[in-house]
Design a protein around this ligand. Structure first.
Ligand SMILES: O=P(O)(O)OC[C@@H](O)[C@@H](O)c1c[nH]c2ccccc12
Length: 387
């Protein structure tokens, strides 16, 4: 993100003088008349109305400029943390913009650079529309009578102790941008029940519709069908509103992606999760993201994604790489549970990530594709883990 990192050096503060406001152009006798009404060409009321109108226009312009500057600063902070995903498509400064960022937008296309960025940009629009339909105040009302959440981390630890294998988070996943449709006859409740019967400790339910063909209805239906496993809402969170929404729809845990969220967002959102009784699964893909997340107080569950969400490349040795040396030691000291995510198909794969240090795994494709997803679990572990 050279554009952002180079911002500081290219910033030329207030090179251009602020444009005079329309009020500066008023005729001399326009508003300074100490004796209004006497021989004035402009009636006083219309002068006041014009002044008021001009000042509202100025205020609006000013607010737009401030809003834009805040966004530029947020992007600068994100870039300084190595985050390559831009939260929204870049826009030029508002009309009449004068200020430190005026040389900022240069040669930047507003097409997403990769699939993750595209998903995030879409999510931003989707969430702002959903927020209008269901404002936070109404979500908070729905939560007044919500049943308590289930202990997601507790279920993983318990399964790990009981089976000697990493606790399984089995994913209810119909499709993905990298693999297309995984299963045509997709009944989310039936799949969820089969997973539970097959020994899954927790379930992950994709809720993104556009790219993963999931939905919040699926999450709600699984919750209401009497499934006891704690449920992870698998979503691209860009706004704290989504956390409240997930809780209303029956989630016990929610995904936060470090490639998308700067540290401050992760801190703030993990606090909101705690307040709502939800577990945050904070997902990382490389060393830098792992180090950022390890420096945040209160994170108890970290997922290592073996899939690069920008390129779709899958490499399960990523889990091992990120748990080697001091990072692994720090994770042990902090008693953090690590989840090995994506690309796990065989008992050997499970043994490999377990050896690397994970206490849990997140698996979708290899089990959802089986005609009986419950039996798919025995195939994955090489053993029936339901007993
Ligand atoms: O189907 P797989 O390769 O077993 O992967 C499951 C899960 O790890 C993957 O769906 C996933 C991990 N992190 C994500 C973030 C968003 C969407 C999807 C994901």
């Amino acid at each position: 993100m050279a554009g952002l990192t180079s911002l500081r050096s290219t910033r030329v503060p207030f090179l251009t003088k602020p444009k005079p406001s329309p009020l500066h152009h008023r005729p001399n006798n326009f508003s300074m008349n100490p004796n209004p009404g006497a021989g004035n060409r402009f009636p006083v009321t219309s002068i006041k109305a014009q002044q008021a109108e001009a000042s509202t226009v100025n205020k609006e312009d000013e607010l737009k400029a401030k809003d834009w500057e805040v966004r530029m600063l947020q992007e600068e902070v994100a870039a300084s943390q190595g985050i390559r995903i831009r939260r929204r498509p870049p826009t030029g400064p508002p009309v009449h913009y004068v200020g430190p960022f005026e040389f900022r937008i240069q040669n930047e296309g507003n097409t997403p650079r990769n699939i993750l960025e595209e998903i995030v940009w879409n999510k931003d629009v989707e969430v702002s529309q959903m927020k209008q339909r269901k404002p936070l105040s109404s979500l908070k009302k729905s939560l007044e009578n919500a049943p308590p959440t289930r202990d997601f981390v507790g279920a993983l630890r318990e399964a790990n102790h009981r089976t000697g294998f990493p606790g399984l988070i089995a994913e209810v996943k119909k499709a993905s941008p990298s693999r297309g449709i995984l299963r045509e006859d997709f009944d989310p409740v039936e799949i969820a029940k089969a997973y539970e019967k097959g020994g899954a400790a927790c379930l992950s339910v994709l809720t993104d519709e556009k790219y993963f063909k999931g939905s919040f209805e699926n999450l709600e239906a699984i919750r209401n069908a009497g499934v006891k496993c704690p449920l992870l809402c698998k979503e691209f969170v860009v706004d704290a509103w989504q956390i409240f929404y997930a809780r209303v729809k029956g989630a016990d845990a929610i995904l936060l992606i470090a490639a998308v969220l700067p540290d401050l967002d992760i801190k703030y959102m993990t606090k909101i999760c705690k307040m709502l009784g939800l577990t945050a699964l904070v997902e990382v893909h490389d060393e830098r993201e792992m180090d950022r997340v390890l420096a945040i107080e209160g994170v108890e569950l970290i997922g290592i994604n073996n899939r690069n969400l920008e390129t779709f490349e899958v490499d399960i040795s990523n889990t091992k790489k990120l748990l080697e040396g001091e990072r692994g030691q720090l994770i042990c000291q902090k008693d953090i549970i690590v989840v090995g995510e994506s690309g796990l198909f065989t008992p050997d794969d499970i043994a490999y990530v377990q050896e690397a240090g994970v206490k849990a795994v997140l698996v979708g494709e290899s089990i959802v594709k089986q005609s009986d997803p419950g039996k798919g679990i025995s195939g994955l572990f090489g053993k029936d883990i339901s007993l």
